[in-house]
Design a protein around this ligand. Structure first.
Ligand code: GLV
Ligand code: MN
Ligand code: MN
Length: 412
Protein backbone atom coordinates (compact mmCIF):
# COMPACT_ATOMS: atom_id res chain seq x y z
CA UNK A 1 0.00 0.00 0.00
CA UNK A 2 1.20 3.51 -0.82
CA UNK A 3 2.95 5.06 2.22
CA UNK A 4 4.83 8.20 3.18
CA UNK A 5 8.57 8.22 4.02
CA UNK A 6 8.61 8.59 7.84
CA UNK A 7 12.31 9.55 8.12
CA UNK A 8 11.85 12.45 5.67
CA UNK A 9 8.85 13.74 7.66
CA UNK A 10 10.74 13.34 10.95
CA UNK A 11 13.76 15.25 9.69
CA UNK A 12 11.55 18.10 8.46
CA UNK A 13 9.82 18.25 11.88
CA UNK A 14 13.29 18.54 13.48
CA UNK A 15 14.38 21.17 10.95
CA UNK A 16 11.30 23.38 11.47
CA UNK A 17 11.72 23.06 15.26
CA UNK A 18 15.02 24.98 14.97
CA UNK A 19 13.22 28.24 14.13
CA UNK A 20 12.44 29.87 17.45
CA UNK A 21 13.86 26.93 19.44
CA UNK A 22 14.15 27.53 23.19
CA UNK A 23 17.28 26.44 25.09
CA UNK A 24 15.34 24.00 27.31
CA UNK A 25 13.23 22.53 24.49
CA UNK A 26 10.06 23.69 22.78
CA UNK A 27 9.68 26.73 20.58
CA UNK A 28 8.39 30.31 20.53
CA UNK A 29 7.48 31.32 16.97
CA UNK A 30 4.70 33.91 16.83
CA UNK A 31 3.36 34.78 13.41
CA UNK A 32 5.25 37.58 11.57
CA UNK A 33 8.20 37.38 14.00
CA UNK A 34 11.72 37.08 12.49
CA UNK A 35 11.76 33.38 13.54
CA UNK A 36 8.43 32.81 11.81
CA UNK A 37 9.55 34.58 8.65
CA UNK A 38 12.72 32.44 8.54
CA UNK A 39 10.54 29.36 8.96
CA UNK A 40 8.28 30.56 6.13
CA UNK A 41 11.29 30.96 3.80
CA UNK A 42 12.54 27.51 4.78
CA UNK A 43 9.09 25.98 4.19
CA UNK A 44 8.78 27.56 0.75
CA UNK A 45 12.21 26.13 -0.13
CA UNK A 46 11.19 22.64 1.04
CA UNK A 47 7.95 22.83 -0.95
CA UNK A 48 9.79 23.82 -4.12
CA UNK A 49 12.44 21.16 -3.59
CA UNK A 50 9.60 18.63 -3.26
CA UNK A 51 8.36 19.65 -6.70
CA UNK A 52 5.35 21.74 -5.61
CA UNK A 53 4.24 25.05 -7.08
CA UNK A 54 4.16 27.68 -4.34
CA UNK A 55 2.54 31.02 -3.62
CA UNK A 56 1.91 33.27 -0.63
CA UNK A 57 -1.38 35.20 -0.47
CA UNK A 58 -1.90 38.75 0.90
CA UNK A 59 -2.85 37.35 4.34
CA UNK A 60 0.51 35.57 4.47
CA UNK A 61 -0.93 32.08 3.94
CA UNK A 62 1.66 29.82 2.26
CA UNK A 63 0.56 27.27 -0.38
CA UNK A 64 2.33 24.37 -2.06
CA UNK A 65 0.33 22.71 -4.85
CA UNK A 66 0.37 19.76 -7.13
CA UNK A 67 -1.37 20.23 -10.48
CA UNK A 68 -2.29 23.94 -10.20
CA UNK A 69 -0.45 27.23 -9.71
CA UNK A 70 -3.34 29.20 -8.16
CA UNK A 71 -6.84 28.82 -6.74
CA UNK A 72 -9.56 28.80 -9.38
CA UNK A 73 -13.28 28.01 -9.32
CA UNK A 74 -13.03 26.06 -12.58
CA UNK A 75 -10.34 23.75 -11.17
CA UNK A 76 -11.28 23.01 -7.52
CA UNK A 77 -8.56 21.46 -5.42
CA UNK A 78 -8.45 19.30 -2.34
CA UNK A 79 -6.66 21.14 0.44
CA UNK A 80 -4.83 20.12 3.57
CA UNK A 81 -2.78 22.26 5.96
CA UNK A 82 -2.29 23.67 9.42
CA UNK A 83 0.04 26.38 10.78
CA UNK A 84 3.70 27.06 11.53
CA UNK A 85 3.19 29.78 14.14
CA UNK A 86 3.24 28.69 17.78
CA UNK A 87 2.12 29.94 21.16
CA UNK A 88 4.92 31.34 23.37
CA UNK A 89 6.85 28.45 24.95
CA UNK A 90 4.91 25.95 22.84
CA UNK A 91 5.72 22.56 21.42
CA UNK A 92 7.11 21.44 18.09
CA UNK A 93 4.03 19.62 16.73
CA UNK A 94 1.07 21.98 17.22
CA UNK A 95 0.54 23.11 13.65
CA UNK A 96 3.91 21.95 12.29
CA UNK A 97 2.68 18.36 12.05
CA UNK A 98 -0.23 19.16 9.74
CA UNK A 99 1.84 21.35 7.42
CA UNK A 100 4.81 19.00 7.17
CA UNK A 101 2.69 15.85 6.89
CA UNK A 102 0.72 17.59 4.12
CA UNK A 103 3.98 18.40 2.34
CA UNK A 104 5.19 14.82 2.79
CA UNK A 105 1.91 13.44 1.42
CA UNK A 106 2.01 15.69 -1.64
CA UNK A 107 5.65 14.80 -2.28
CA UNK A 108 4.77 11.08 -2.02
CA UNK A 109 1.92 11.56 -4.49
CA UNK A 110 4.16 13.48 -6.91
CA UNK A 111 6.86 10.80 -6.76
CA UNK A 112 4.60 7.74 -6.92
CA UNK A 113 1.82 9.20 -9.07
CA UNK A 114 -1.23 7.28 -7.74
CA UNK A 115 -4.50 7.90 -9.64
CA UNK A 116 -6.40 11.02 -8.57
CA UNK A 117 -8.64 13.42 -10.46
CA UNK A 118 -8.45 16.70 -8.53
CA UNK A 119 -5.36 18.80 -7.83
CA UNK A 120 -4.04 18.94 -4.27
CA UNK A 121 -2.46 21.64 -2.13
CA UNK A 122 -1.08 22.15 1.37
CA UNK A 123 -1.50 25.44 3.24
CA UNK A 124 0.27 26.99 6.22
CA UNK A 125 -2.32 29.41 7.65
CA UNK A 126 -1.22 32.71 9.23
CA UNK A 127 -1.53 33.41 12.95
CA UNK A 128 -3.61 30.38 13.84
CA UNK A 129 -2.67 30.94 17.47
CA UNK A 130 -4.19 34.38 17.33
CA UNK A 131 -1.48 36.63 18.70
CA UNK A 132 -3.28 39.43 16.85
CA UNK A 133 -6.69 37.77 16.34
CA UNK A 134 -7.39 34.08 16.22
CA UNK A 135 -7.26 32.04 12.99
CA UNK A 136 -6.37 35.19 11.02
CA UNK A 137 -5.16 33.59 7.77
CA UNK A 138 -7.97 31.09 7.36
CA UNK A 139 -10.54 33.76 8.21
CA UNK A 140 -9.15 35.94 5.41
CA UNK A 141 -9.16 32.94 3.06
CA UNK A 142 -12.76 32.04 3.93
CA UNK A 143 -14.02 35.63 3.73
CA UNK A 144 -14.95 36.05 7.40
CA UNK A 145 -12.26 38.53 8.42
CA UNK A 146 -13.80 41.77 9.75
CA UNK A 147 -11.83 44.01 7.38
CA UNK A 148 -12.67 47.40 8.96
CA UNK A 149 -11.26 46.03 12.26
CA UNK A 150 -7.88 44.98 10.81
CA UNK A 151 -6.34 48.38 11.62
CA UNK A 152 -7.29 47.96 15.29
CA UNK A 153 -6.14 44.35 15.70
CA UNK A 154 -3.34 44.11 18.26
CA UNK A 155 -1.57 41.64 20.53
CA UNK A 156 -2.15 41.77 24.31
CA UNK A 157 1.19 43.59 24.64
CA UNK A 158 -0.20 46.31 22.36
CA UNK A 159 1.74 45.51 19.19
CA UNK A 160 -0.48 46.25 16.19
CA UNK A 161 -1.06 43.68 13.47
CA UNK A 162 -0.43 46.27 10.74
CA UNK A 163 3.04 46.94 12.17
CA UNK A 164 3.92 43.26 12.65
CA UNK A 165 2.84 42.45 9.10
CA UNK A 166 4.64 45.46 7.64
CA UNK A 167 7.86 44.32 9.33
CA UNK A 168 7.43 40.98 7.59
CA UNK A 169 6.78 42.68 4.23
CA UNK A 170 2.94 42.42 4.16
CA UNK A 171 0.20 45.05 4.00
CA UNK A 172 -2.50 44.04 6.52
CA UNK A 173 -5.09 46.20 4.77
CA UNK A 174 -4.82 43.94 1.73
CA UNK A 175 -5.56 40.74 3.71
CA UNK A 176 -9.12 40.60 2.34
CA UNK A 177 -7.63 39.87 -1.10
CA UNK A 178 -6.70 36.42 0.21
CA UNK A 179 -10.36 35.35 -0.05
CA UNK A 180 -10.63 32.12 -2.05
CA UNK A 181 -12.79 32.17 -5.18
CA UNK A 182 -16.16 30.50 -4.43
CA UNK A 183 -16.04 26.81 -5.28
CA UNK A 184 -12.23 26.65 -5.55
CA UNK A 185 -11.81 24.25 -2.59
CA UNK A 186 -13.47 20.85 -3.11
CA UNK A 187 -12.64 19.61 0.41
CA UNK A 188 -10.30 20.31 3.34
CA UNK A 189 -8.76 17.87 5.81
CA UNK A 190 -6.21 18.76 8.51
CA UNK A 191 -3.98 16.41 10.49
CA UNK A 192 -3.27 17.61 14.04
CA UNK A 193 -2.18 16.27 17.40
CA UNK A 194 -5.18 15.84 19.69
CA UNK A 195 -3.63 18.11 22.37
CA UNK A 196 -5.64 16.33 25.07
CA UNK A 197 -5.74 12.91 26.75
CA UNK A 198 -8.77 11.20 25.21
CA UNK A 199 -7.13 9.15 22.43
CA UNK A 200 -4.21 8.00 24.56
CA UNK A 201 -6.47 7.04 27.46
CA UNK A 202 -8.84 5.05 25.27
CA UNK A 203 -5.99 3.41 23.33
CA UNK A 204 -7.25 4.82 20.00
CA UNK A 205 -4.55 5.44 17.38
CA UNK A 206 -6.69 7.83 15.30
CA UNK A 207 -9.39 10.39 16.09
CA UNK A 208 -11.94 11.32 13.45
CA UNK A 209 -13.16 14.80 14.34
CA UNK A 210 -16.93 15.34 14.28
CA UNK A 211 -17.03 18.98 15.40
CA UNK A 212 -14.82 21.76 16.72
CA UNK A 213 -15.66 23.78 19.84
CA UNK A 214 -16.82 27.37 19.80
CA UNK A 215 -14.66 29.85 21.73
CA UNK A 216 -15.76 33.12 23.34
CA UNK A 217 -13.26 35.65 24.64
CA UNK A 218 -14.04 38.82 26.54
CA UNK A 219 -12.01 41.45 28.26
CA UNK A 220 -13.51 41.95 31.74
CA UNK A 221 -12.32 45.15 33.38
CA UNK A 222 -13.02 45.93 37.05
CA UNK A 223 -12.52 49.62 37.80
CA UNK A 224 -12.01 50.56 41.44
CA UNK A 225 -10.04 53.33 43.03
CA UNK A 226 -6.26 53.77 43.47
CA UNK A 227 -5.33 54.41 47.09
CA UNK A 228 -2.36 54.32 49.41
CA UNK A 229 -1.70 50.64 50.16
CA UNK A 230 -0.52 51.38 53.71
CA UNK A 231 -2.83 54.09 55.00
CA UNK A 232 -6.22 53.23 53.48
CA UNK A 233 -8.32 51.18 55.96
CA UNK A 234 -9.16 47.76 54.56
CA UNK A 235 -12.91 48.35 54.61
CA UNK A 236 -12.59 51.51 52.48
CA UNK A 237 -10.65 49.98 49.61
CA UNK A 238 -12.20 49.54 46.15
CA UNK A 239 -9.67 47.07 44.80
CA UNK A 240 -9.97 46.31 41.06
CA UNK A 241 -7.70 43.28 41.30
CA UNK A 242 -9.61 41.57 44.11
CA UNK A 243 -12.86 41.95 42.17
CA UNK A 244 -11.16 40.38 39.12
CA UNK A 245 -9.78 37.55 41.26
CA UNK A 246 -13.18 36.81 42.82
CA UNK A 247 -14.79 36.83 39.38
CA UNK A 248 -12.15 34.42 37.98
CA UNK A 249 -12.79 31.87 40.76
CA UNK A 250 -16.58 32.15 40.55
CA UNK A 251 -16.62 31.99 36.74
CA UNK A 252 -14.72 28.72 36.96
CA UNK A 253 -17.32 27.29 39.36
CA UNK A 254 -20.11 28.49 37.09
CA UNK A 255 -18.67 26.72 34.04
CA UNK A 256 -17.92 23.52 35.97
CA UNK A 257 -21.43 23.41 37.49
CA UNK A 258 -23.49 24.58 34.53
CA UNK A 259 -21.34 23.75 31.48
CA UNK A 260 -22.83 20.34 30.79
CA UNK A 261 -19.55 18.57 31.57
CA UNK A 262 -17.89 19.54 28.30
CA UNK A 263 -17.47 23.32 28.66
CA UNK A 264 -14.18 24.73 29.89
CA UNK A 265 -12.92 28.15 30.91
CA UNK A 266 -9.59 29.92 31.33
CA UNK A 267 -8.21 33.25 32.44
CA UNK A 268 -4.82 33.46 30.70
CA UNK A 269 -4.19 37.20 30.78
CA UNK A 270 -4.36 39.36 33.92
CA UNK A 271 -3.37 43.02 34.08
CA UNK A 272 -3.26 45.02 37.30
CA UNK A 273 -3.06 48.80 37.05
CA UNK A 274 -0.99 50.68 37.99
CA UNK A 275 0.86 47.51 39.05
CA UNK A 276 2.80 48.93 41.98
CA UNK A 277 3.10 47.21 45.36
CA UNK A 278 2.21 50.28 47.42
CA UNK A 279 -0.91 51.29 45.50
CA UNK A 280 -4.30 49.58 45.86
CA UNK A 281 -5.06 48.43 42.28
CA UNK A 282 -7.32 50.87 40.47
CA UNK A 283 -8.05 48.34 37.76
CA UNK A 284 -8.01 44.57 37.41
CA UNK A 285 -8.37 43.36 33.86
CA UNK A 286 -8.85 39.78 32.67
CA UNK A 287 -9.13 38.05 29.33
CA UNK A 288 -11.80 35.46 30.06
CA UNK A 289 -12.18 32.56 27.63
CA UNK A 290 -14.91 29.90 27.50
CA UNK A 291 -15.18 26.96 25.13
CA UNK A 292 -17.62 24.20 24.42
CA UNK A 293 -19.05 22.00 21.70
CA UNK A 294 -22.67 23.06 22.31
CA UNK A 295 -23.65 26.56 21.06
CA UNK A 296 -26.66 26.98 23.39
CA UNK A 297 -24.67 26.04 26.49
CA UNK A 298 -21.92 28.46 25.47
CA UNK A 299 -24.38 31.32 24.91
CA UNK A 300 -26.03 30.62 28.29
CA UNK A 301 -22.66 30.56 30.08
CA UNK A 302 -21.76 33.86 28.43
CA UNK A 303 -24.93 35.52 29.76
CA UNK A 304 -24.47 34.05 33.24
CA UNK A 305 -20.84 35.14 33.49
CA UNK A 306 -21.74 38.70 32.50
CA UNK A 307 -24.38 38.70 35.28
CA UNK A 308 -21.79 37.27 37.69
CA UNK A 309 -19.30 40.04 36.83
CA UNK A 310 -21.93 42.68 37.57
CA UNK A 311 -22.82 41.03 40.91
CA UNK A 312 -19.17 40.84 42.00
CA UNK A 313 -18.62 44.48 41.01
CA UNK A 314 -21.70 45.66 42.91
CA UNK A 315 -20.74 43.83 46.09
CA UNK A 316 -17.20 45.20 46.00
CA UNK A 317 -18.20 48.78 45.14
CA UNK A 318 -16.36 48.86 41.79
CA UNK A 319 -17.46 49.30 38.19
CA UNK A 320 -17.19 46.61 35.54
CA UNK A 321 -16.88 46.84 31.78
CA UNK A 322 -17.20 43.77 29.57
CA UNK A 323 -15.75 44.03 26.08
CA UNK A 324 -16.43 40.99 23.87
CA UNK A 325 -13.26 40.20 21.85
CA UNK A 326 -14.28 37.23 19.71
CA UNK A 327 -16.94 34.55 19.52
CA UNK A 328 -16.84 31.53 17.27
CA UNK A 329 -19.66 29.00 17.04
CA UNK A 330 -18.91 25.27 17.11
CA UNK A 331 -18.24 23.94 13.59
CA UNK A 332 -19.53 20.64 12.24
CA UNK A 333 -17.15 18.46 10.21
CA UNK A 334 -18.46 17.05 6.92
CA UNK A 335 -19.71 13.47 7.03
CA UNK A 336 -18.02 12.87 3.64
CA UNK A 337 -14.60 13.73 5.10
CA UNK A 338 -15.20 11.64 8.22
CA UNK A 339 -16.19 8.64 6.11
CA UNK A 340 -13.15 9.07 3.82
CA UNK A 341 -10.92 9.15 6.93
CA UNK A 342 -12.57 6.08 8.42
CA UNK A 343 -12.17 4.19 5.14
CA UNK A 344 -8.50 5.18 5.06
CA UNK A 345 -8.12 3.85 8.63
CA UNK A 346 -9.86 0.60 7.69
CA UNK A 347 -7.59 0.15 4.67
CA UNK A 348 -4.55 0.71 6.91
CA UNK A 349 -5.87 -1.65 9.59
CA UNK A 350 -6.20 1.13 12.18
CA UNK A 351 -8.94 1.52 14.77
CA UNK A 352 -10.46 4.98 15.10
CA UNK A 353 -12.71 6.97 17.44
CA UNK A 354 -15.02 9.83 16.56
CA UNK A 355 -14.57 12.80 18.90
CA UNK A 356 -15.03 16.57 19.05
CA UNK A 357 -12.04 18.90 19.04
CA UNK A 358 -11.67 20.81 22.29
CA UNK A 359 -9.14 23.16 20.63
CA UNK A 360 -9.83 25.71 17.91
CA UNK A 361 -8.49 25.05 14.42
CA UNK A 362 -8.43 26.61 10.95
CA UNK A 363 -10.66 23.73 9.81
CA UNK A 364 -13.57 25.43 11.61
CA UNK A 365 -13.32 28.35 9.16
CA UNK A 366 -12.88 26.06 6.16
CA UNK A 367 -16.08 24.25 7.24
CA UNK A 368 -18.02 27.36 6.22
CA UNK A 369 -16.85 27.21 2.59
CA UNK A 370 -16.29 23.51 1.88
CA UNK A 371 -16.54 19.96 3.24
CA UNK A 372 -13.97 20.07 6.03
CA UNK A 373 -12.67 17.62 8.60
CA UNK A 374 -9.75 16.75 10.84
CA UNK A 375 -7.66 13.74 11.77
CA UNK A 376 -6.16 13.54 15.28
CA UNK A 377 -3.30 11.44 16.60
CA UNK A 378 -2.66 10.88 20.33
CA UNK A 379 -0.62 13.40 22.30
CA UNK A 380 1.77 11.97 24.89
CA UNK A 381 0.18 12.54 28.29
CA UNK A 382 -2.40 14.78 26.60
CA UNK A 383 0.19 17.59 26.79
CA UNK A 384 0.11 20.61 24.45
CA UNK A 385 0.78 24.36 24.47
CA UNK A 386 3.84 23.50 26.55
CA UNK A 387 7.44 22.75 25.64
CA UNK A 388 7.22 18.98 26.20
CA UNK A 389 4.30 18.48 23.79
CA UNK A 390 5.04 15.31 21.78
CA UNK A 391 3.52 12.33 19.96
CA UNK A 392 5.14 8.93 19.33
CA UNK A 393 6.96 8.55 16.01
CA UNK A 394 4.66 5.63 15.13
CA UNK A 395 1.61 7.81 15.78
CA UNK A 396 3.02 10.52 13.49
CA UNK A 397 3.66 8.00 10.71
CA UNK A 398 0.16 6.49 11.09
CA UNK A 399 -1.46 9.91 11.04
CA UNK A 400 0.40 10.96 7.89
CA UNK A 401 -0.60 7.74 6.12
CA UNK A 402 -4.24 8.24 7.09
CA UNK A 403 -3.96 11.78 5.70
CA UNK A 404 -2.43 10.42 2.46
CA UNK A 405 -5.28 7.98 1.83
CA UNK A 406 -7.99 10.40 2.95
CA UNK A 407 -6.71 13.07 0.53
CA UNK A 408 -6.47 10.57 -2.31
CA UNK A 409 -10.07 9.43 -1.69
CA UNK A 410 -11.32 13.05 -1.60
CA UNK A 411 -9.40 13.82 -4.80
CA UNK A 412 -11.05 11.01 -6.81
C1 GLV B 1 -5.50 26.91 19.46
O1 GLV B 1 -4.43 26.42 19.77
C2 GLV B 1 -6.51 27.07 20.46
O2 GLV B 1 -6.40 28.02 21.24
O3 GLV B 1 -7.40 26.21 20.57
MN1 MN C 1 -2.80 24.03 16.18
MN1 MN D 1 -2.22 25.80 19.41
Amino acid sequence: MLAITPSRLASRIDALARFGALPGGGVTRPCWSPQHEEARAWLLGEMRAAGLDTWVDPAGNVFGALGVTALAADRPLVLTGSHIDTVPEGGVLDGALGVLAGLEVLQTIRERDPAHRLPLAVAAWSDEEGRYGSLFGSRAFCGTLDLPRVGAMAAVDGERLVDAMARAGFDARRAGEARAPAGSVAAYVELHIEQGPRLEETGSPVGVVESIVGVRRSRVIFIGQADHAGTTPMDRRRDGFLAAAEYALKARDLVVKHGGGRSVTNVGVVTVHPGVSNIVPARGELVHEMRGPDPDTLARLDRRSAALARRVARRRGVEVEIRPMSATTPAICAERVQVATEQACAALGLAFTRLYSAAGHDAQNLAAITDAGMIFIPSQGGRSHRVDEMSDSGAIERGANVLLHTLLALAQ
